[in-house]
Design a binder for this molecule. Structure first.
Ligand code: ATP
Ligand code: MG
Length: 429
């Protein structure tokens, strides 16, 4: 196929055989979020470039080299959103729904765009489910976010494969005191740092803590520790969070090097990490960003949130084979009809059954065909039962009911009794 007719590298089709897992995942998360009292918000996929520069920060990987930015026909600089927090903050400010201290517990789902090197678990269009809470500043809500994800991992059967890492970045004041100490220390070891870290030392020194380079990691062993610079309030907040996680029995490790890629975090930061996906191991990441709303022109408004990568979580479900069998079956019953008269009767019968069993997944054969070919299609559809309408059934006003998986003989069911019969043998989702 010519290149122009192919999808863009790193931007994937999600094919019909994959969508059941996606829908299972998305359905599980959205039900959970409903149950905890979170409300969905939907923002545009494109925003003014300035929004991301202002919120994410100019010296982050995202803004420096990952954004899809273009000029539209008006000459405005627009960007495909690389993450959801910026647009969410813009939306709540624009509509005034966090004013006067109103609490908002919001979530969103959708595609994000970053020009990264595509590899397993890292794409240029990827999908996140994200969540933001405004106007709650205590560790209780930080804990709720983590407890909720812990429950999610449990429901999905992947709890044993993920590990929680926690850190506190303090307030912006304590962080800047720490940053100074770190810069002083790292500058004294400048020659032993890798090139990337030398550059970050000037632009975004906390990110040096994030390095994968072994030599730089060796230098970091004796570097000043963020924990020693925490202000009292942040320290109490962090202890409050840990006490709540302990109360619920959620294991965690404090990782003093956890800083997160984005500039706007303060106090709590956390990541859920797995070792089952190779290098792209972070499946959910978030933290508190008490200064962000103000930085974006609003009144001081505490905020906390997280985002999870759907591709990585789907991959994890597949890797761990934690996909419930029933989600890939999309047909309960397949109706075969032979001859024109039976086809018309079959259609009407199917609609009457749907009236009574709105959740029944009933597929009516299309494209006619011999007994053999319709039966083959019924079997291939994955249906549990075939319904058969031929000359004999038409004469008696019955339908043949044939189990396709497992035991049981074919039986005849009167048309009027069909819905009631199906209700007893098909568990409807
Ligand atoms: P990473 O360190 O893996 O680049 P990040 O810190 O850039 O992640 P966030 O901005 O915190 O990621 O996004 C939250 C989550 O979204 C990540 O933990 C990950 O699961 C997912 N994610 C981020 N970038 C990608 C991508 N390019 N492809 C697929 N998933 C991604
Ligand atoms: Mg990244």
């Amino acid at each position: 196929m010519s290149k122009s007719l192919q999808a863009i590298r790193g931007m994937n089709d999600i094919l019909p055989e994959q969508t059941p897992v996606w829908r299972y995942f998305e359905g599980t998360v959205s039900r959970l979020l409903d149950n905890y009292g979170y409300k969905q918000i939907r923002m545009p996929i494109v925003e003014f470039t300035e929004l991301f520069k202002r919120s994410i920060g100019e010296v982050t990987d995202i803004v420096e080299k990952e954004m899809y930015t273009f000029e539209d026909r008006n000459g405005d600089s627009l960007t495909l959103r690389p993450e959801g927090t910026a647009a969410c903050v813009r939306a709540v400010l624009e509509h005034g729904i966090t004013g006067g201290g109103q609490v908002q517990k919001l979530w969103y789902i959708g595609p994000m765009f970053r020009h990264e090197r595509p590899q397993k678990g890292r794409y240029r269009q990827f999908h996140q489910i994200g969540l933001e809470v405004f106007n709650l500043d205590g560790p209780d809500i930080d804990a709720e976010l983590i407890i909720m994800t812990w429950r999610l991992w449990g429901e999905l059967g992947i709890r044993d494969a993920v590990k929680l890492e926690l850190n506190s970045l303090g307030t912006s004041e304590s962080r800047s005191r720490y940053r100074e100490a770190l810069v002083e220390y790292l500058s004294a070891h400048h020659d032993k740092l890798d090139e990337d870290s030398q550059r970050r030392l000037k632009t975004n020194p906390l990110r040096v803590l994030d390095t994968k380079n072994a030599d730089t990691q060796a230098v970091l062993v004796d570097a000043p520790k963020m924990a020693d610079y925490l202000d009292d309030e942040s320290r109490a907040h962090f202890e409050g969070l840990k006490a709540r996680l302990d109360a619920v029995g959620i294991p965690y490790v404090v990782n003093p090097k956890l800083v997160r890629g984005l500039d706007y975090y303060s106090k709590t930061v956390f990541e859920w990490v797995t070792d089952k996906l190779g290098a792209q191991g972070t499946v959910c990441a978030g933290g508190r960003y008490d200064g962000l709303v103000e930085q974006m022109g609003g009144k001081p408004t505490p905020g906390v949130g997280f985002a999870m990568g759907i591709e990585r979580l789907v991959l994890l479900l597949e890797t761990l084979e934690q996909i419930p069998e029933e989600i890939s079956r999309q047909v309960d019953v397949y109706l075969c009809a032979f001859g024109e008269e039976a086809e018309l009767a079959g259609l009407a019968l199917a609609e009457r059954v749907r009236d009574q069993l709105p959740n029944l997944r009933l597929q009516v054969n299309a494209g006619a065909g011999s007994f053999k070919s319709q039966f083959k299609k019924a079997d291939k559809s994955g249906a549990l039962y075939a319904l058969i309408l031929g000359d004999d059934e038409m004469a008696q006003q019955v339908v043949g009911f044939k189990p396709l998986r497992g035991q049981g003989e074919q039986q005849s069911i009167a048309w009027d009794a069909l819905a009631a019969h199906l209700a007893t043998c098909v568990v409807q989702g």
